[in-house]
Design a binder for this molecule. Structure first.
Ligand SMILES: Cc1ncc(C[n+]2csc(CCOP(=O)(O)OP(=O)(O)O)c2C)c(N)n1
Length: 667
């Protein structure tokens, strides 16, 4: 592992090391990260860049009582290594091994399970406020001495330059004034998200960066240290002195100071000695502050330094001279690449097509689109909510926007999808990548909720292709609609070319499933949604070999659901639904719901009815009239109960009362 690292089993072991030894330890940690990630895959470039910052933080603070919050959390490997988890790195991101993100069940040094950007400052504010409240209560109860009263712990949030401009971060910065105690925000600026950062703030940061020489950074560090340790002076006084003594007033400081947040920096994020002194001094402040540190993404590993985007997150690789070659063959034919290629072909023909991504250009398969149609490509940074609203505006103005987004990050835009897209019935296409289980990134990144939160929205059409042919057909279908359409697909290879070609090459028709396999004498039908069709077919073949004939239906749509699926039930068949999504609120739930409203067959028809608001819009009215319209009232319950008891055919499949505000609604 490395002589020094061998003896580091907890942050306490760092305290006996000299600055020079800490520098050597940083290199050993980088080597361990490189060795492990080259075998397991994982986030590489950000971790190589944050080693010195991490060591300095653990050297100065005591995170058994102080709190350290990571933003996104993908850069936590050095933190995990020094907090007793270095031996587990052989199993990083593997079953039974440690996670690639912070996780409090793994260690007392981790606060939140995180994986999404922009959360560290807000959660740090909450913890600062919460700890003050609980401390005051305890002191009140225990009549603490004045010394005990002063002994608060420290809170540190580490956030990247791409994540600090996320909306959630900005909302938090706007509320930092709530905190009347120490809270240090460390801005880890490597001028990269996964790709180079974008937007006005990135330009602002890069202007500052370009204006700074290495000497300037040293000078700034010296000035901060000269003035800060004079504790007893107010922060404002110290800041004024620092500003005066630094050649110019830095634009970065202006931005934060206009929000009344004391700003220190920029400083060199690889100079451990200075960082230790800076953290030591800044930890004494009795109010929130920001330290701006420059780091280099991919530091110490040439390929990652050259191509930090490629090595942001990587599969296993081996070194060949200065080159890194993937060791696991990377098939190009994933759902993502098939989508990206088809989108570029369609964009060639239809000049209205515009692609929007929130900082995930490569991940969502848009590299070719960006290259060929740069004037119709928008990377808006980590700004999922804005991405959807920009798409809504584009659609309103006559363009055909395609929002290319991971399922898990679309959760950030739920309200925008609802109000600005679904409610307006605008033709925005959502290409929802990483829909379903995602493998080694784990729970923060699974896309298991999109069907649930999208299928309840008015006007939305939800579709899912089962293979490469269907990716192309679904995209063409989506672009031909005059309403919002979601196309969801997983992080996976597309099934082989021969895969039920005939059944999957039929054009998509709104709300229509396709029968993939009709088995003579079948008493069971397997209805799959999306890429799991491959599993449904495997199962049917296996059952056939055991003498059990089974039909296979490719549902293609989760909204609206094909009523033919329910008809199978009417034919006396048992139905199994299968989907790569949470059971709650997913495709199967949608089938169940439809069954209860369409329950018109056999003995089971009166087993269950569900009453509640329909997907159609309910316009402004008195609440009691709205409840009446939705069928959420005593009369409707009584009517339904009587109907069920009488064993009549149900008469109501649509809400009663006033007509819905809009006519053309999906189910
Ligand atoms: C809400 C959200 N959107 C997108 C992502 C995907 N993502 C992971 S890391 C990253 C870049 C983060 O950049 P920065 O905060 O500057 O940290 P760095 O990797 O440069 O250290 C992105 C876009 C995410 N994790 N969360």
């Amino acid at each position: 592992m490395g002589e020094l690292l061998d003896n580091v089993n907890s942050p306490a072991d760092l305290k006996s090391l000299s600055v020079q030894q800490l520098g050597t330890l940083a290199d050993e940690i980088r080597q361990l990260i490189l060795d492990s990630v080259s075998k397991t895959g994982g986030h590489l470039a950000s971790n190589l860049g944050i080693v010195e910052l991490t060591l300095a933080l653990h050297y100065v603070f005591d995170f058994t009582k102080d709190k350290l919050l990571w933003d996104v959390g993908h850069q936590c490997y050095p933190h995990k290594i020094v907090t007793g988890r270095k031996a587990e790195f052989a199993h990083l991101r593997r079953a039974g091994g440690i996670s690639g993100f912070p996780n409090p069940t793994e260690s007392e040094y981790d606060q939140f399970i995180v994986g999404h950007a922009g959360t560290s400052v807000a959660t740090a504010i909450g913890m600062a406020l919460g700890e003050e409240l609980t401390r005051q209560k305890t002191e009140h109860r225990t009549r603490a001495t004045s010394d005990e009263r002063r002994a608060t712990n420290k809170i540190v949030a580490v956030v990247g330059d791409a994540s600090i401009v996320n909306g959630v971060s900005f909302e938090a910065l706007n509320n930092l004034g709530l905190v009347k105690r120490q809270l240090l925000i460390v801005l880890n600026d490597n001028s990269m998200a996964i790709d180079p950062t974008v937007g006005a703030m990135a330009k602002y940061f890069s202007r500052v960066r370009l204006s700074q020489t290495y000497e300037d950074l040293r000078d700034t560090t010296r000035k901060i240290l000269e003035h800060l340790p004079g504790i007893g002076r107010s922060v404002e006084e110290a800041l004024e002195r620092i500003k005066k003594s630094i050649r110019m007033v830095l634009p970065a400081s202006q931005m934060f100071e206009s929000l009344n947040i004391p700003y220190f920096g920029p400083v060199d994020g690889h100079d451990i000695g200075s960082l230790i002194q800076l953290f030591g001094a800044l930890s004494q402040l009795k109010r929130p502050a920001i330290l701006h540190a420059y780091t280099k993404k991919g530091r110490g590993f040439k390929p990652a330094g050259f191509e930090p985007s490629k090595f942001h997150s990587t599969g296993p690789f081996k070194m060949n001279g200065d080159e890194a070659e993937p060791t696991v063959a990377t098939s190009k034919r994933t759902f993502t690449t098939v989508f990206g290629k088809r989108l570029a072909e369609l964009a060639e023909k239809d000049k209205r097509i515009v692609a929007i991504t929130s900082a995930m250009c490569d991940g969502t398969g848009l590299l070719e689109f960006r290259k060929r149609f740069s004037d119709r490509f928008y990377d808006v940074g980590i700004a999922e909510s804005a991405a959807v609203d920009i798409a809504a505006g584009l659609a309103k103005a006559g363009a055909r926007p395609i929002v290319c987004i991971y399922s898990t990050f679309l959760q950030r835009s739920f309200d925008q999808v609802f109000q600005e897209v679904a409610l307006q019935n605008l033709p925005v296409v959502f290409c929802v990548d990483r829909a379903g289980l995602v493998g080694s990134d784990g729970p923060t990144h699974h896309g298991l909720m999109d069907i649930g939160f999208l299928r309840m929205l008015p006007n939305m059409v939800l579709t899912a292709p089962a293979n490469d042919t269907e990716v192309r057909l679904a995209l063409e279908f989506a672009l031909a609609q005059d309403r919002p359409v979601v196309v969801r697909y997983p992080k996976d290879l597309v099934p082989s070319r021969e895969f039920v070609r005939a059944a999957c090459s039929k054009p998509f028709r709104l709300g229509k499933s396709v029968v993939v396999k009709k088995a003579k004498g079948s008493a069971i039908a397997i209805v799959s949604y999306g890429s799991v069709l491959a599993e449904a077919l495997k199962a049917a073949n296996s059952l056939a070999k055991q003498g059990i004939p089974a039909d296979v239906i490719n549902a293609r749509f989760a909204a609206p659901i094909d009523e033919q699926i329910i008809a199978l039930w009417g034919e006396g068949k048992s139905i199994i639904t299968v989907e790569d999504h949470n059971l709650a609120c997913g495709f199967g739930s949608a089938v169940l719901e439809l069954m209860t409203t369409k329950a018109a067959h056999g003995r089971k028809r009166n087993a269950l009815r569900v009453l509640g608001a329909p997907r159609e819009l309910i316009g402004h009215n008195s609440r009691s009239s709205q409840l009446m319209e939705a069928g959420i009232n005593a009369d409707e319950i009584v009517r339904t109960a009587k109907e069920m008891l009488a064993g009549q055919r149900p008469v109501r499949s649509k809400p009663r009362g006033r007509r819905p505000v809009r006519g053309r609604q999906g189910r």
